[in-house]
Design a protein around this ligand. Structure first.
Ligand SMILES: [Cu+2]
Length: 274
C-alpha cells in the first residue's frame, strides 16, 4: 500500500465517522434534559456514539477497499495466495480496541460515581410496580405514608427512589431524566439486587413514567404522570394527602379497593352465599 493510498483511506475513515456521528449526536433522543444527571449521561452517550461511528467507519472503509483492490480478474479461477500472520498488524488491531474499551469503561465508571452521589436532604420515595400500573409512596414520620398514582416531586431536590415489584420485572424510566432502573420482585427473604436509584429533577413540568421492561400484554399502557413542582407546592400537596399505613408486600396505593373483586356483576351472583 502506497503512502498516498494510506492517506486516502484515513481521510475516508474520518469523513465517514463525521457523516455518521454528527447527525446522531445532534438528535435529542429522549426529549429535553430535565435532571442534573441528564447532561452527564447525554455527554457519555455522545462520546460512545462517536467511538462507535469511528469503529464502524474503519470496518466499512477497509471492507470497501479490500473488495475493490483485491477483486478477482474476469476468468481468474485460481486460489488466493497462502498468507501467514502479520505481527505488526495484529498488535495494532489488539491495542486499539483495548484502549477504546478501557477508555469507555473508566469514563463510564467516573460518570456512574458522579450521578449516584447521594445528597443529605434527599426525598425518600418508594415506588411499587405491578401489571400495569405504578404506585408512588412517600414515607412520613410516625410510620405512615402518603400514597399516590401520580408522581409529584419538588424541583431541585434529589429523589432517593426504592423500587419494588409485586409480580414480574418492570423498569422505571422518565426519559427526560435519563435515569432508568429495574423494579424486581423480591423473593422470599428479599433479594440482593440494588433497587435504589437517585435522580434530581431540575426542570418544572409534566412528564411520563414509562415502563421500559416488556412485562406483559398491557406493557405499552404502563405509564404514569409526573409533575415536577416548586418545593412550596410540593409541601402543600403532601399536606393535603391522606396518610395511610404501609402494607408490606402489597401496593398501598389501592386504598379505595377499586381493583379488588367488588365488581357489580360479581356482587349480584354472590349475594346468595352463606
Ligand atoms: Cu412493562
Amino acid at each position: 500500500m502506497t503512502r498516498a493510498t494510506l492517506v486516502r483511506l484515513i481521510a475516508a475513515i474520518l469523513v465517514l465517522t463525521a457523516v455518521t456521528a454528527v447527525p446522531m449526536t445532534q438528535i435529542h433522543w429522549n426529549g429535553t434534559e430535565a435532571s442534573t444527571q441528564a447532561d452527564k449521561i447525554d455527554t457519555l452517550l455522545n462520546v460512545m456514539i462517536v467511538l462507535s461511528c469511528f469503529v464502524f467507519a474503519i470496518v466499512m472503509v477497509m471492507l470497501g477497499y479490500c473488495i475493490w483492490r483485491y477483486r478477482a480478474k474476469p476468468g481468474d479461477e485460481s486460489d488466493g495466495e497462502p498468507i501467514h500472520g502479520n505481527t505488526k498488524l495484529e498488535i495494532t488491531w489488539t491495542v486499539i480496541p483495548t484502549v477504546i474499551v478501557l477508555f469507555g469503561a473508566i469514563y463510564s465508571w467516573i460518570v456512574l460515581g458522579d450521578i449516584e452521589t447521594k445528597a443529605s436532604d434527599a426525598v425518600r420515595l418508594d415506588i411499587t410496580a405491578q401489571q400495569y400500573e405504578w404506585t408512588f409512596n412517600y414515607p412520613q414520620a410516625n410510620g405512615k405514608e402518603v400514597s399516590s398514582k401520580t408522581l409529584v416531586v419538588p424541583e431541585g431536590r434529589q429523589l432517593e427512589i426504592r423500587l419494588t415489584s409485586l409480580d414480574v420485572i418492570h423498569s422505571f424510566w422518565v426519559p427526560e431524566w435519563r435515569i432508568k432502573r429495574d423494579a424486581v420482585p423480591a423473593g422470599p427473604g428479599g433479594n440482593d439486587i440494588d433497587n435504589t436509584v437517585e435522580v434530581t429533577p431540575d426542570r418544572l413540568g409534566i412528564y411520563n413514567v414509562v415502563c421500559t421492561e416488556l412485562c406483559g400484554f398491557g406493557h405499552a399502557t404502563m405509564r404514569a404522570l409526573v409533575r415536577v413542582v416548586p418545593q412550596s407546592d410540593f409541601d402543600q400537596w403532601l399536606r393535603h394527602q391522606k396518610l395511610v399505613t404501609p402494607q408490606p408486600g402489597s401496593s398501598t396505593g389501592d386504598v379505595s379497593g377499586a381493583t379488588s373483586s367488588g365488581s357489580t356483576s360479581g356482587a349480584t351472583s354472590t349475594t346468595g352465599g352463606p
